[in-house]
Design a protein around this ligand. Structure first.
Ligand code: 5GP
Ligand code: ZN
Length: 113
C-alpha cells in the first residue's frame, strides 16, 4: 500500500522516532508547528478516525495513554499540551493514515483555524 505513514512505521522512510511499541509508533512532525510536535500513529493502517471500528477500541485508548506518556517524557505534561486529530477533508486531514498530533512547548490558540 502506498501510505507514507505505513512506510515510516516499517522504517522504509526515515523519521525521528520518539516512541515505539508493538502497536504504536511516534515520530517528530517533519514540519513542526510548535517546539514539540509529534505524530502518534497505530502501526496498523487505519485511514482515519472515521474508519476506525469497534475492534479498534483498545488501540484507540492505548494511543491516548501513550500520548500522555510521551508528553511526560518530553517534559510538556505539567505546562499542558494539545492533542489534535484531523479527520477527513473538512477536518484538514492530508495524510490518510490516522494520526494524532501532540503539540506543546508554547501556548496554543483557540478556536483552531
Ligand atoms: P494532517 O494534516 O493529515 O493532520 O497531518 C499530516 C502531518 O504529517 C503534517 O503535520 C505533516 O507535516 C506531517 N508529515 C507529512 N509527511 C511527513 C513525513 O514524511 N514525515 C514526517 N515526519 N511528517 C510528515
Ligand atoms: Zn498507512
Amino acid at each position: 500500500m502506498d501510505c507514507i505513514f505505513c512506510k515510516i512505521a516499517n522504517k522504509e522512510i526515515p523519521s525521528t522516532i520518539v516512541y515505539e511499541d508493538e502497536d504504536i509508533i511516534a515520530f517528530n512532525d517533519v514540519n513542526p508547528e510548535a517546539p514539540v510536535h509529534i505524530l502518534v500513529i497505530p502501526k496498523k493502517h487505519i485511514a482515519s478516525l472515521e474508519a476506525a471500528q469497534p475492534e479498534d477500541a483498545q488501540l484507540l485508548g492505548k494511543i491516548l495513554l501513550t500520548i500522555q506518556h510521551i508528553a511526560r517524557e518530553q517534559g510538556i505534561a505539567a505546562d499542558g499540551y494539545r492533542v489534535v486529530n484531523n479527520c477527513g477533508e473538512l477536518g484538514g486531514q492530508t495524510v490518510h493514515h490516522m494520526h494524532f498530533h501532540l503539540l506543546g512547548g508554547r501556548e496554543m490558540l483557540w478556536p483552531a483555524g
